[in-house]
Every structure is written in C-alpha cells, then in structure tokens.
Design a protein around this ligand. Structure first.
Ligand code: ADP
Length: 768
C-alpha cells in the first residue's frame, strides 16, 4: 500500500499499473508514481535542505555528460559548480516551488553539458525535484513574441461571442505552437467532454462537436491536468527513462513534473487516434477545471522547448480568463430582457397586495422573458401555477425534496435523474430552477423547463469506451481502437440553465426578500399607528359617551317631569311626542352604554388568568333563563369546557352575548342551544350553536359591524347592534378569531378561539 498525493488530498490506494488495470480500477491508476520520465530532459531527485542527489534519470549521461551513478550520493554542486549551486539555493528559497514547478535558473553551456539548460524545481514530500531541459538556440527575441501576443490578445478582445473568441484562440495557439490540430474541449458535469472549437490542417478529419466519454480523460488525469499549466508529450512512442537507483526511496510523486512519463493507457489511446505528439493546457472557470486546450500532431513527433511553451501557457490563461466574459456577451440580449422583467416585477411588488398578485396575475409575470414552460409560486401556503407544470400534488413532492437541498437557488436540467419521483412527470418538466423564498416555511418559486431531445456525436461507441484484451488469459483494458462517429439521441433532459438565468433567479429572490422585509416594517409601523389611533378613538368614545350620558339623563328626567306634571295641559299629540322623546333618550342611553362598553375593551388591559370556562358559562345560563322565564329553553354543555388563560369578565360577556342572541333570534317553540369546545384543535375551538332563524350568507360579515342590525328596531326583542362587535373585539384582543356557519332558517353556530393560531385556515374549514 502506498500513500499518494494528488492535489491537496492524500489517499491510500493499491497501486494500479498498466499491467493490472481493470474495469474497476482504471480510474485509480497512479500515473504520478511512475518512477520514470520522458526523454526530452533529465530529472534529479534531491534531498530537501542538503540538496544531496538521491535519484537521477538514466539519461543523465546523454544530457550532462555525467552518468547518473556519478551524480547519485553527491551534492548538486558536483554538477552545477559552486557559483551556480549558490544561485540555485537562493532561487529555491525565494521562488514558489512547493507543489508547483517553477523555472529557477538557466545554466550556460559548460564543458560538461554542451548546450545551455533550463532548470525547473518543485518541492514535494521532503524532496526537491530538479528538471533540466535544453534551451532553444533558434528562439526569436522576446519582443517579437510579445508583439505577436499583443496581436493575439487584441483579436481575442474584439470577438463578439464566446464561439468567435474560442475559434480565434485555437487558431492563435495553432500559429504559435505549430501543431497540426488545436482544440478547445469542454467537460460536462459527468466528466464527459465535447470539442467546442478546432483549428487544424485542412486535410485532417474534423473532431469539432464530437463528444468523448468520461473514461477517456479519467479522474486522475483530470486532476493532474489541473495541477500544472501545461503538459507536453513530444513523442507518443518514447521510451520511458527510469529514475535510478529504483529502490533507494519510495516512489516519488511526479504530479508537478513536466517530464513525467504518462500512462500507457494514454499513449495507447493517442496511438489509436493516430496522434504522435500532444500538448495539453487546462482551462479554468471560477477556479474549477472546465476544459482543456488540446494540441495534437499527427504526422510526426513534435517537441516544443520551454521558450515556445511559455507564450502558449500565457494564451491558455488568457482563454480561461476571457471565456467567462465572452460567454456573458452571448447572453447579453437575454440578460437585458430578464433585467427588464425583473425591473417590472419589482415595480409590481411595490404596488400589489400580495406576491401572488404581483408576480403571477399581471401581464408581465414570472413566466415572462425567461425560457421556461411553466412556473409555480408557493407563497404563504398558497400554490399558484402558470404555464405547463406538474400537478399540485407532484409539486408538493418536489418541494419536500427541494427542502433537503442546501442551495437557495437550485437548478437541474436532469430532473428525472436527480429526483426519481419526477420520472412520471410529463416531458414539460425535465428541468427545474427553484428559488427558496423562506427557510422556515416551504415557500418556493419554481420554473419548469420542457424536454430537449438532442443528438450527440460521440468519438467511438460511448457504451464501449475501452476494449478488453484477454489474450494472456488475463483481463486487461485497452483504449478503443475505433473513433468513428457514433450518434446518440439524448432524452429526458431539458436545456441546461444558463448563468444569467441563475443570476436572474438569485436577484429576484433578493428583491422579494427586500420587499418582504420592507412590507413587514411598514406593517409594523401601520400596526403601531393603528394601535395609537385606536387608543385615541377609544379614549374619545369613552369620554364622549360618558359625558353625553349626563345631559341625556337630564333630558330624560325633564321629559318625565313634563309628562307627570303637565300631562293634563298637553294635547294628545304633545303627549305622544313626549313619549317619543322618552323612548329615544332610552335608546340613546342604550347606545351610549354599548359604546362605553366597546371602548373599554380597547382602553383597559386584559386581566388574563387561568379560568374554568364551565364556571363562567353556568351563571350566564342562569341569567338567560331568568330573563326569559316563559320560553322553553334547553341549553346543553357538551363535555367539560377547558380551563383557559383569559379575562374572566370579558369572556363572560362573550358567552352572555352569544347565548342571548341564540335565544333572541329564535322562533322555535323549543329553543335548543349547544355549547362546546373541540380541544383536538390547537388552540381549542369553542362554539355556541342554536336552532334559531339563521343568518344569510350575505350578512355574515356585516353582523360584526358596530350598531349593525339585520332587523327592525323592535323586532326580536330589540338591541343596539353592538353585541357581536364587542364579542369580536374581546376575542381578537385575546389573539383569537371568531367565525360562523349559518343558513337562513337552519340555525347558527358561532365558533371562536382565544389565542393565536398558525393554521387558522384549516380551522375555518373544520366541521365540529
Ligand atoms: P343586537 O343583537 O343588539 O342586534 P348583535 O351585534 O348581537 O346586535 O347582532 C347583530 C345582528 O346579528 C342581529 O341584529 C341579528 O340580526 C344577527 N344575529 C346575531 N346573532 C344571531 C343568531 N344567533 N341568529 C340569527 N341572527 C343573529
């Protein structure tokens, strides 16, 4: 077992070599631990600190006129001489060589080596790896290269779309490198890839838009490609040069070594493709490997010395950096359209009463501008749908699944793969872009996108990316021999979501949040305002009704006196008028009493204590029976009424009013009243049911308005029309709600709670 280091993570794995690679382990081949290099340079393994040579590549004799045996065991100064040795030490101290290969020195041609050499260094796991490569005597001046680079950059920058940019980039890289074919290759999320731009010799067959399965560039190879800015294989048919002596130290990690010998699978693969030399550079987007620039030579080997590789590295880095902004250009029009919709929706949100109204009911809505087949808005437990969407039940399941995702903006174009329950969804919902509106409640905004059947051209049969060789009685994997185009129709996917769509979703989420916060703030302000004006109103109503009672009493008394003392002198009409004055003052006194009582509810603090509702209802019943001794009234209390935290006096008033009404508005010979409480609800729901005259649907809201009566002044025993207003206010001050179920001629049931509930709607619909 070996501990290998690949990038930042260390893993312990059984080494895999070309000889024992199988279907299960080909992804684990430890290609960085090969212990060999390519022959276009030499490698020295030095002990960190002392710079004693531990290993050297077998080709030192050819390159340095000094066989490896003479080097191993000695200090590096044996090769470099004191002066260069000193310079090397300084460079190693200042350059970033840890897990990176850096150019540290150029050695002039000396007697021992006939040509000047570039020295590169990398430190890893306690060793320093020195790589030496010949300089290029034909190298043109740096200013000429810079001039060409400037031209290239200018043409990149003036490209108006990602495609034009990539086409120019591969063409420039081909000019600089001299390779017969240069391709830009983009990875998909599953590791497969596609050739998205190509510059080539005319007579070569085009690979443009061909797809390659993930196993063509397996995970270890992708990891290694990402570690260094350039990988060069000048000759596919090279003979690997071993590091010697082979058994002195454990395998050295050559992850960052340019000269590293490559996997046999890779060279076999390239040979099958008819490639003689390659040069590969990684492309990154937001720090992630998203593709490669791949250069190929088909006719002969091709070695690019360091001087000629440098501008290529530079160009590929430019491609990485500029591709994102060029991609943005492609989506510019679409982005502008979405911006416009966003702006309109934000404006609507400032005007509308609800999110639903602002985002779903207007001409410009959540389906405007965006390429989606349907949209669902789940806000405040209400689901609204537009366009083609799954059914509400299916959306409920999607929301359950979404709630388990980490992201607040979540997108997939393979819903059927990611969310197995969605398999039965119609073709209209193969992709989804979801925006979480609240972490507490299950509020989501979800766009759905329909299926896009696409045709993919593979380089060879994607179902058989490898071939199995059993000639020696052992199963050995080999790269496929045929790269003939293989067409495949892809179903069950939508078009992937674009960066600008994700961005639009995230911005909309931000705006909705802002709006919700602003609304909550405004509401809080309005509530405070309302509370203050209610208090003022209560104080005013209280003071005025209280003060008016005094003169009213005076009018009544004087009218009484007049009636008693002067009735003999009054005409019949005068007497009748006096009676009317007396009746009106009595009625006005009643109204003032009601007003006083009503304003007292708002004015005074509630005295909440645990209170057995049974004990409170019995005295009311007694009083009712005393008030109507001649009526046949039966009042049943269903079960035991609970103990509730409430203001005893006010809740007595509630029951008193409701039971009084149940008797008053009742013409049955046998008045039947039922009082009960459903404690299975939270909070418990009280009710008062009668077999009285009932209330038509159209009046069921207005009966709670102050001084509103449905009948003539003296019908049904008269009344001020304030009873139910007072009842509702008391209940609401307790945080509860009141509602009723009634039909004309069918009796009425008044329901109420005495504390706040989150699921009021479900209570409303509940039958007791
Ligand atoms: P009041 O009884 O003083 O008129 P309320 O505010 O208590 O005032 O009731 C308002 C109106 O609602 C009543 O005038 C009556 O028409 C109607 N109402 C109230 N309770 C009942 C009931 N249990 N059955 C039928 N109608 C009712």
């Amino acid at each position: 077992m070996l501990t290998i280091e690949t990038g930042e993570t260390a893993t312990t794995l059984e080494p895999v070599t070309a000889a024992n690679v199988t279907l299960n382990n080909c992804d684990r081949e430890q290609i960085q631990l090969v212990g060999a290099i390519q022959p276009h340079g030499v490698l020295l393994v030095l002990e960190e600190g002392s710079l004693r040579i531990l290993q050297a590549s077998e080709n030192c004799g050819d390159f340095l006129n000094m066989p490896w045996e003479n080097l191993v065991g000695n200090n590096i100064d044996v090769l470099l001489g004191d002066e260069n040795g000193k310079t090397l030490r300084t460079e190693l101290a200042v350059k970033n060589i840890h897990k990176a290969m850096a150019h540290v020195l150029t050695l002039p041609s000396l007697s021992c080596y006939d040509q000047a050499l570039h020295v590169f260094a990398n430190s890893i796991n306690g060793v320093v790896l020195l790589e030496l490569e010949r300089t290029d005597p034909t190298f043109q001046t740096a200013s000429a290269v810079l001039y060409d680079l400037r031209e290239a950059m200018q043409s990149f920058q003036s490209s108006s779309s990602l495609q034009i940019f990539l086409d120019r980039a591969v063409a420039q890289i081909r000019d600089f490198s001299g390779f017969e074919r240069v391709m830009a290759y983009r990875f998909a999320a599953d590791g497969s890839g596609e050739v998205i731009a190509e510059a080539k010799l005319e007579e070569l067959e085009s690979y443009l838009s061909l797809h390659y399965p993930a196993s063509d560039i397996p995970a270890p190879a992708r990891r290694l490609f990402a570690l260094s800015p350039l990988r060069h294989l000048p000759d596919v048919d090279y003979t690997p040069v071993p590091l010697l002596p082979a058994d002195t130290i454990a395998s050295v990690d050559l992850s960052y070594v340019n000269l590293r010998s490559v996997s046999v699978m890779y060279t076999d693969y390239l040979r099958n493709m008819g490639v003689k030399a390659t040069l590969v550079m990684p492309l990154f987007k937001a720090g992630e490997l998203w593709g490669l620039i791949s250069c190929m030579q088909h006719s002969s080997p091709l070695y690019l010395p360091f001087e000629r590789r440098i501008p290529l590295e530079f160009l590929s880095q430019m491609v990485s950096q500029l591709s994102e902004s060029r991609e943005g250009l492609d989506q510019l029009e679409y982005r502008k359209r979405l911006d416009n919709v966003h702006e309109q929706l934000v404006f609507k949100m400032t005007k509308a009463d609800s999110l639903n109204q602002a985002l779903m009911q207007e001409e410009t809505n959540l389906l405007s501008g965006i390429d989606a087949s349907g949209v669902a808005l789940l806000a405040d437990a209400n689901l609204t749908l537009l366009g083609k969407t799954p059914s509400p039940k299916e959306i409920g399941n999607v929301v359950e699944w979404l709630a388990r995702q980490q992201e607040d903006v979540f997108a997939t174009h393979t819903l059927g793969v990611d969310f197995s329950d969605s398999l039965q969804f119609s073709d209209e919902s193969r992709g989804l872009l979801a925006v979480r509106l609240s972490r507490k409640s299950k509020d989501w905004l979800i766009w759905f996108r329909s299926e896009l059947v696409s045709e993919v051209h593979w380089a060879g049969d994607p179902g058989k990316p490898m071939e199995i060789d059993e000639t020696n009685g052992e199963i050995i994997l080999k790269p496929r021999a045929s790269f003939a185009r293989w067409k495949e129709s892809v179903h069950g996917q939508s078009r992937p979501w674009l960066a600008c769509e994700l961005d639009y979703a995230a911005r909309l989420r931000h705006s909705i949040f802002g709006m919700i916060v602003e609304r909550a703030w405004l509401l809080a302000q309005m509530n405070a305002e309302l509370e203050r004006s209610n208090l003022e109103l209560d104080a005013f109503a209280y003071a005025s009704s209280h003060d008016m009672k005094e003169p009213l009493r005076g009018i009544h008394n004087y009218a009484e006196f007049l009636k008693m003392e002067e009735s003999g002198r009054l005409s019949e009409t005068g007497r009748l008028r006096l009676d009317t004055i007396l009746r009106l003052t009595e009625r006005m006194a009643d109204l003032l009493d009601s007003l006083l009582q009503y304003s007292r509810i708002g004015k005074n603090k509630l005295e909440r204590h645990p209170c057995a509702i049974n004990d409170l209802v019995y005295p009311c019943i007694k009083l009712i029976k005393e008030t109507w001794p001649d009526k046949n009234i039966s009042i049943e209390i269903r079960g035991n009424l609970p103990v509730i935290d409430c203001d005893r006096v006010w809740i007595s008033t509630v029951f008193q009013n409701l039971i009084t009404n149940a008797v008053k508005y009742n013409q049955q010979p046998d008045v039947k009243i039922e009082i009960g409480c459903d404690e299975t609800c939270s909070p418990p729901v009280f009710y008062v049911r009668d077999n009285g005259i009932g209330i038509g649907q159209e009046h069921q809201n207005s009966i709670f308005e102050l001084f509103h009566r449905l009948h003539g002044r003296n019908e049904y025993g008269g009344g001020s029309g304030a009873g139910l207003t007072i009842v509702r206010r008391v209940i609401e001050r307790h945080g509860g709600q009141i509602w009723l179920k009634s039909e004309l001629g069918q009796g009425s049931t008044f329901f109420f709670t005495l504390s706040p509930a989150n699921h009021v709607r479900s209570i409303h619909h509940g039958e007791i």
